[in-house]
Write a protein that binds this ligand. Structure first.
Ligand code: PLP
Length: 415
């Protein structure tokens, strides 16, 4: 089919793509900064960044040049050999996270799988073979392989895929008393997101991470942070846990790290460097020169364009604008919440996120859902305040159109 139009492509997708997603009938073909265009030529403002991934926006010139150059130089070698970008990226990540060692993989799920295997094998090799239990949190999202899913705390993702391997105890997020109750000599680690992203953009209560740190220290267990969504500058510091002064034992990173190119990383302290000896864990593609060049370029541009500080400043700007909006439509939405450039607007009164996302797209704005009933803003870190204002204005228009006096109630918008 020579140059099919958008409708023809959607028809082909409906016929051949595995239907485990629910895409709208739009096919994106190019992007620039925070703008993307579909096959029919319509422009959209992208404040979702491919789920907090496209940190540099689309087609950042520096990113395009670095990846293009690397494609012509060396794409893949496997981990039977060193490659230069891999070594340089490990050093950069250790510097920025305060950790000592970096293991690379291809996604957030795999980074969490590595955390799980790291924790269990650490105690196994030290002779504490009964120490394997992990404490995780209700509503947590750590990924979709069976290991990561065993730590994920949302029934919606878990149901029907069991039985799980066991050994994971879920407790309510932010409930220190429940964590203490679940703690025991068989606990290898606690895994936690500083802000539950897929769970609805819910920040941990102040002091919670520090309390988990003290608790794991006093029990000889490990503290594992899933910073897949919050890391790489999104919340206004390189890691979200740095705002709480908490140093974990190991961290999962992905999403923003590759700026769109698939890469994940597990970084850990030196004391864990013997936990996964040669042959115990690995991946064919992981840490290849192309993926690592993409990540190195993201880190360089974060510095050059002061994007981490920018995420804090622009996050505050967005937070203010969304708070004003939530006051204006307090019957439909609010209160807004989040950290830096990861924010959510909860919907009230049974209003379904999908009833809002469609009208937003019609007006040229891309947002995504967080949890069951919230809209998520996780724009490229290169976003401008003007673009954020434009997005909030479009959401304002859509909320205005849902007002009861316009003839559509929150209930009515469900259908
Ligand atoms: C906190 C967190 N962990 C893990 C994952 C899984 O990452 P991936 O989809 O790259 O496997 C996600 C994805 O949304 C996430 O938000």
């Amino acid at each position: 089919m020579a140059n099919p139009d958008q409708a023809a492509l959607v028809a082909l997708a409906e016929q051949h793509l595995y239907p485990n997603y629910r895409q709208p009938p739009i096919v994106f073909v190019r992007g620039k900064g925070c703008e993307v265009w579909d096959k029919a030529g319509k422009r959209y403002l992208d404040l979702a960044a491919g789920v907090a991934v496209s940190a540099l926006g689309h087609a950042h010139p520096r990113y395009v040049a670095a990846i293009s150059e690397q494609v012509g130089r060396l794409v893949h070698m496997s981990n039977y050999f060193y490659n230069e970008p891999n070594i340089l990226l490990a050093a950069e990540l250790c510097k920025r996270t305060g950790m000592d060692r970096a293991f690379f993989c291809n996604s957030g799920t795999e980074a969490n799988e590595a955390l799980l295997k790291l924790a269990r094998h650490h105690f196994y090799l030290s002779g504490q073979t009964d120490r394997y239990r992990i404490i995780a949190f209700d509503e947590a999202f750590h990924g979709r392989t069976l290991g990561a899913l065993s730590m994920t705390g949302r029934a919606k993702y878990r149901e029907g895929f069991g039985p799980y391997e066991g050994g994971v105890t879920h407790v309510p997020y932010g409930d220190l008393a429940a964590v203490k109750k679940a703690m025991g000599p068989d606990v290898a680690a606690i895994i936690v997101e500083p802000v539950q992203g897929e769970g609805g953009v819910v920040p941990a209560p102040p002091g919670f991470l520090a309390s988990l740190r003290s608790l794991t220290d006093s029990h000889g267990a490990l503290l594992l942070l899933d910073e897949v969504q919050t890391g790489v500058g999104r919340t206004g510091t390189f890691l979200a846990c740095q705002q709480q002064g908490v140093v974990p034992d190991a961290i999962a990173l992905a999403k923003g790290l590759g700026g769109g190119f698939p890469i994940g990383a597990m970084v850990c302290r030196e004391k864990l460097s013997g936990a996964l000896p040669p042959g115990s864990h690995g991946s064919t593609y992981a840490g290849n020169p192309l993926a690592c060049t993409a990540a190195l370029t993201v880190l360089a541009v974060l510095d050059e364009e002061h994007l981490v500080e920018g995420a804090k400043r622009k996050g505050e700007h967005l937070s203010k604008a969304l708070s004003t909006l939530c006051s204006k439509y307090s019957d439909l939405v609010g209160p807004e919440r989040g950290a830096g450039l990861l924010r959510a607007v909860p919907l009230k009164g049974g209003l379904e996120p999908r009833a809002i996302l469609g009208p937003l797209r019609d007006r040229g704005l891309l947002l995504i859902v967080a949890g069951d009933a919230a809209l998520r803003f996780c724009p490229p870190l290169v976003v401008t305040e003007a673009e954020l204002d434009q997005g909030v204005r479009i959401l304002d228009e859509v909320l205005a159109s849902l007002r009861p006096e316009k003839g559509v109630t929150a209930e009515g918008a469900r259908v």
